[in-house]
Write a protein that binds this ligand. Structure first.
Ligand SMILES: Nc1ncnc2c1ncn2[C@@H]1O[C@H](COP(=O)(O)OP(=O)(O)OP(=O)(O)O)[C@@H](O)[C@H]1O
Ligand SMILES: [Mg+2]
Length: 462
């Protein structure tokens, strides 16, 4: 319910209830007063009639008795007067035309003379006209109350409106403008009360927000440019470092080979062993550098999206793997076609790592099996799963970090770069990748790609 209506209802109820209660009390007091007044008058008239007709009844002076009765009947509340002798014979009776009103009350009184009963007086009186008088008095009373009510209502409403409702409305307006970030209109608050203070603090907030908003855009642009520059610098640096490290390594390897070959006859077996170890270290370092280069190429190379069948790319990768290890028997199954719009080079590198991992980590499994499936739909989820060594879900957060490995190099060789590269490829396609596994029961890598088939992409040339 709006505040204005609630306040109106509150003020109305607050004023109306005491007015009604005091009106009802006044009405009952008036009613009580009129009743006791009526009964007093009735007793007085009965006395007049009883004592006034004593002698007249005794002397059978009907004429004088009638005069007395008629003078009493000038009071319009008197409806009927009956004077009867002890044997019931009516000595005198006078009645007004409205004698049988339902509110009329009749009392009988004995008329005495010298201690003996000489007759009975029955006086009927009707209080209706007294009640009518209440009605007449009530009307101005109610009108006065209503006037008082309306006046108070108007005065209280005007006061509340000025002091409370209008400032609250302004506050509401001001805070919803703040919420909608319309920060240009200034508010001045002169009211010294709590609402005024609240309004002034909203105004201070508006000013700070405006300053903040004006600076934010520039700040974001500045920071983005700084970040992009830092990123570019970092990538160029790691690329050139990796690239430049290859040349001295090749030299070390070349000289070590030369020493090994040219001085084989003079070198003691221990020195030859050291040389072999030295060349193994050099080769390992060279392979690490190649992987690093491949990883940085994933982010640096421009994107070129075309429609590709993932199943065909997977077949090519599996063929390469079979060629490298013809002795292995691995059951590969793939759903087809798996049409996607991707960069074929990057996607093949990603599949080479995913399927290469599945191939590698099933090398100690009997009946090795690798599958590539799709959930279908407009934005399919592709899954590569195998029944190989698997991994513990406790370490799942490490999987996609460069150089993080969950298996020992003596069991399964590798540098720990492959999945970091796969994640970069998927991210560059606007998608996401995640993994599930269980030690000894295999692993499952699922990913989706950002641009579904048929949608345009704005990433070309990145
Ligand atoms: N299919 C899989 N089954 C079990 N573990 C896996 C599987 N794929 C990856 N892992 C775990 O995740 C780790 C990281 O994988 P990633 O491909 O990045 O590195 P790698 O295969 O060890 O080395 P690289 O790919 O650089 O030759 C692996 O060392 C392995 O412990
Ligand atoms: Mg790998």
């Amino acid at each position: 319910m709006p505040l204005r209506r609630s306040v109106l209802i509150l003020v109305f109820v607050g004023l109306f209830t005491p007015a009604v209660v005091s009106g009802v009390i006044q009405y009952f007091q008036l009613h009580q007063e009129i009743r006791s007044h009526f009964w007093g008058d009735k007793a007085r008239l009965e006395n007049i009639l009883v004592y006034g007709t004593q002698e007249l009844l005794w002397n059978f002076d009907q004429e004088s008795a009638l005069k007395l009765v008629e003078s009493v009947m000038t009071d319009h509340r008197v409806r009927r007067v009956v004077i009867a002798e002890p044997d019931g014979t009516v000595f005198l009776e006078r009645a007004s035309p409205l004698a049988d009103s339902p509110l009329a009350v009749t009392d009988a009184q004995s008329i005495l003379h010298d201690g003996g009963v000489i007759g009975t007086l029955r006086l009927t009186m009707d209080p209706i006209s007294d009640y009518a008088a209440i009605g007449k008095q009530l009307l101005p009373m109610v009108a006065g109350l209503l006037l008082q009510l309306v006046l108070s209502l108007v005065l209280i409403y005007v006061f509340l409106n000025r002091q409370f409702l209008l400032p609250v409305k302004r506050l509401e307006e001001q805070s919803s403008r703040l919420a909608n970030q319309a920060l240009d209109k200034e508010y001045t608050w002169e009211t010294p009360n709590e609402l005024g203070k609240l309004g002034s603090s909203l105004e201070v907030t508006r000013r700070s927000l405006r300053v903040y908003r004006d600076n934010l855009e520039a700040l974001v642009q500045e920071r983005t440019a700084e970040l992009q520059a830092a990123n570019r610098e970092l990538e160029a640096f790691s690329y050139s470092v990796s690239h430049d490290l290859q040349a001295p390594l090749r030299a070390i390897d070349g000289y070590a080979t030369a020493v090994e070959e040219d001085f084989a006859a003079v070198l003691p077996p221990a020195a030859q062993d050291y040389l072999r170890k030295l060349r193994r270290g050099v080769n390992r370092m060279s392979s690490l550098i190649s992987d690093l280069l491949a990883l940085s190429r994933v982010t640096r190379s421009p994107m070129r999206r075309v429609e590709v069948d993932l199943a065909i790319l997977a077949d090519q990768v599996i063929a390469e793997l079979r060629e490298a290890e013809p002795a292995r028997e691995v059951d590969f199954w793939c759903e087809r076609p798996l049409t996607v719009v991707v960069d074929p080079g990057l996607m093949k590198a990603a599949l080479r790592n995913l399927l290469g991992n599945a191939w590698k980590y099933t090398s100690k499994t009997e009946g090795a099996r690798i599958r590539l499936t799709s959930s279908g739909g407009t934005r399919p989820i592709f899954t590569v799963d195998d029944n190989g060594a698997g991994f513990s879900m406790q370490d799942v957060s490490k999987l996609f970090q460069a150089f993080q490995r969950l298996h020992d190099a003596s069991d399964y060789p590798g540098n720990g770069i492959g999945l970091a590269l796969v994640q970069r490829v998927v991210t560059r396609h606007g998608g996401q990748i995640w993994a599930e596994g269980e030690p000894g029961r295999g692993a499952r890598f699922s990913f989706w790609l950002g641009t579904p088939l048929g949608e345009k992409t704005g990433e070309e040339g990145l």
